[in-house]
Design a protein around this ligand. Structure first.
Ligand SMILES: CC(C)(COP(=O)(O)OP(=O)(O)OC[C@H]1O[C@@H](n2cnc3c(N)ncnc32)[C@H](O)[C@@H]1OP(=O)(O)O)[C@@H](O)C(=O)NCCC(=O)NCCS
Length: 147
């Protein structure tokens, strides 16, 4: 979660413990294991985690930042800074999309800062502008429709 959240300077400045205690971040991991929660981990050869991608359903009363509907899970992804750019993020996303499809979801959503290069990765994997964000919003909500 920290690797996924520490994109902005302000979040990095807080440090791991403080950043993870913020409700903006907690809502994606707190009480992990509730119905609908699912994810994939990338591990190195000695089983150390290199990154993770997961999704979670959010109720309309307590939506995530990339919320579209309570039946469309929102994804989060983070890869350890020293192993980025090696295909781990793409592999995690492909595995997660497959999982969501197997679970029968119609779509996945996400929220990404418009300046984050991760946006290109999402586009490469078929995510599109969900048309719920305003042009002046710094973040864009995206959707990937599944079969
Ligand atoms: C986004 C993230 C998960 C991608 O993981 P990764 O293992 O680096 O991704 P890959 O190596 O599989 O793919 C890289 C692709 O992502 C894009 N990309 C993502 N971050 C990038 C960066 N900092 N610089 C350049 N390209 C980047 C590029 O389109 C690239 O495609 P290319 O190799 O064809 O040029 C990882 O960079 C990360 O953890 N970033 C910080 C957290 C974050 O931004 N999470 C998403 C919040 S919405």
């Amino acid at each position: 979660m920290y690797e996924a959240a520490a994109v902005s300077e302000s979040m990095r400045a807080l440090g791991k413990e403080k950043a993870l205690s913020l409700s903006v971040n907690r809502k994606y991991v707190e009480g992990w294991g509730r119905p609908g929660d699912a994810g994939v981990l990338a591990l190195d050869e000695v089983q150390q985690p290199l990154g993770a991608a997961w999704y979670r359903l959010h109720p309309t009363s307590d939506p995530g930042y990339g919320f579209i509907s309570p039946t469309i899970p929102e994804l989060t992804i983070g890869v350890c800074a020293d192993t980025r750019g090696q295909g781990i993020g793409s592999a995690l996303l492909r595995a997660l999309l497959e999982l969501a499809e197997q679970e029968g979801y119609a779509a996945l959503s996400l929220s990404v800062d418009r300046n984050n290069p991760a946006l290109y990765l999402y586009e490469q994997l078929g995510f599109q502008d969900a048309r719920v964000s305003e042009p002046e919003d710094t973040s864009l909500t995206m959707i990937k429709r599944l079969r």
